[in-house]
Design a protein around this ligand. Structure first.
Ligand code: SF4
Length: 454
């Protein structure tokens, strides 16, 4: 497998091989699923919509509901305005959402459909909403699409001059429902009332009840989005993913924001908790201190196995930076950090992280791909790969353990229920990393060196 990946690296400009990203609408659809009673709508062909739904369903192992403007030849030539109009009427009549969140696709963007004008011109039933964002997939990635949809909700719904509500707006970044539950747990422990936008917990990790619900219990309430202008401040988690939306809310409603890396690992979680603590003025409760202490204990225990180990990390920019930060705290060397999402901020933040820990001779690249990562690994091997499922062929070809973290993970189960964020999430990362390294040692050492107690 991957036998023909050459060791010699040639500069490529016009082709991506085995991308470390997927297309914008996937992220927009995921963000829209995180709003209660909202149906994501793909303004393009059925094929795009089916692909995006399939991608999310395979990662979350829960159905991702969405509708499509079902472009055929006519719409492709004359524009999709009438398809969208019919779709919106049918969706409200048949599926009864409170809101339809439209995102575009490559095709409708290339035609140049003006979604703003189309929506203004529509007959939208009282008490219902249609919002949109532009997600041309020849730019950015699923992370960009996620950001654009969150910004779209704010642009359409958040009102200036809303009564102060004493809440904090949390923008969670492109993370799993398990992480969103972790944020809510920490905010709750510090007695900070929040509105999180979006919130896919209770939607993409909903329980099996035996009864199908098109709109599960979870998701941010539309009324809460309308009142975001009354929040004390926004805590934007994941600088690249959440800061642009926090800036939209600031411009529109004057809500100031603080933007910080995803709370992954010790320091980043400390910073998130201290930010919440500044707002609540409450003592950090013992259960949080206890979790932190347990994490430090675990890190000391596994240190002999992690210290000095080289790791290649790929995936979404904020997630890669978060994992790299924790890997450094574990004494590991993030030899390669790569994301498919464009943006110089990733490289700047990655290099700053390496400098802070005094680690040299590592490579950080935005808009890279897994083919390039494989070539780097062929030139200088690593002890561990961390990323989504698409790293498994490299892991197999080079006999390197793969720890699955990030998006998408389509060949394993349960991951989306579990956090990587907060101290609990760091404990889970520590377990996954240490177990992978120790399993590798068990299966590759000489028979005389096999240890029962490790
Ligand atoms: S055509 Fe564009 S929007 Fe549709 S699946 Fe492909 S990349 Fe995504």
């Amino acid at each position: 497998m991957l036998d023909y990946t050459p060791k010699e690296i040639t500069e490529r400009k016009a082709i991506v091989i085995n991308p470390a990203k997927t297309c914008q609408p996937v992220g927009a659809m995921y963000a829209a699923l995180g709003v209660h009673n909202c149906l994501p709508h793909s303004h393009g062909s059925q094929g795009c919509c089916a692909f995006h739904r399939m991608f999310l369903t395979r990662h979350f192992k829960d159905p991702a509901m969405a509708s499509s403007s079902s472009f055929t030849e006519g719409a492709s030539v004359f524009g999709g305005g009438s398809n969208l109009k019919t779709a919106v009427k049918n969706i409200f009549d048949l599926y009864h959402p409170e809101m339809i969140a439209v995102h575009t696709t490559c095709l409708s963007e290339t035609i140049g459909d003006d979604l703003n004008a189309l929506i203004i011109d529509m007959d939208i039933p009282d008490g219902k909403y249609v919002v949109h964002c532009n997600t041309p997939s020849y730019k950015g990635s699923h992370v960009t699409g996620f950001t654009n949809m969150v910004s779209g909700f704010i642009k359409y719904l958040a009102k200036k001059g809303t009564e102060p509500n004493g809440k904090v707006c949390i923008m969670p970044g492109f993370v799993n429902p398990g992480d969103m539950r972790e944020y809510k747990k920490l905010a709750n422990a510090l007695k900070v009332p929040i509105t999180m936008l979006p919130d896919t917990s209770g939607v993409m990790d909903s329980p099996m009840t035996g009864k199908y619900e098109m709109y599960p219990k979870g998701g941010t309430l539309i009324d809460d989005i309308k009142e975001l202008g009354g929040c004390i401040k926004t805590v934007a988690l994941g600088v690249q993913t959440s800061e642009p939306s926090a800036e939209v809310l600031r411009k529109q409603c004057g809500v100031e924001y603080v933007s910080m890396p995803l709370p992954m690992g010790v320091e980043a979680t400390d910073n998130f908790i201290m930010e919440l603590q500044k707002i609540s003025k409450e003592e950090v409760p013992y259960e949080i201190e206890e979790e932190r202490g347990q994490l430090i204990d675990i890190m000391i225990d596994i240190h002999p196995y992690t210290y000095g180990k080289k790791v290649a990390i790929f995936g979404d920019p904020d997630t890669v930076l978060g994992i790299a930060s924790f890997a450094l705290e574990l004494g590991m060397i993030p030899k390669y950090m790569v994301t498919g999402t464009p943006g110089a901020a990733f490289e700047t933040a990655g290099k700053a992280l390496l400098e802070k820990f005094g680690v040299e001779d590592c490579t950080v690249k935005a808009e890279g791909d897994l083919f390039l990562l494989h070539q780097w690994i062929k030139n200088e091997k690593v002890d561990l790969i961390i990323g989504g499922t698409h790293g498994k062929t490299i892991a197999r070809a080079e006999d390197i353990p793969l720890v699955r973290m990030g998006f998408p993970i389509i060949d394993r189960y349960i991951h989306s229920y579990m956090p990587l964020t907060g101290y609990r999430g760091a404990m889970r990362m520590a377990e996954l990393i240490a177990s992978a390294l120790m399993d590798y040692q068990d299966s590759h050492c000489e028979e005389k060196d096999v240890e029962v107690v490790m």
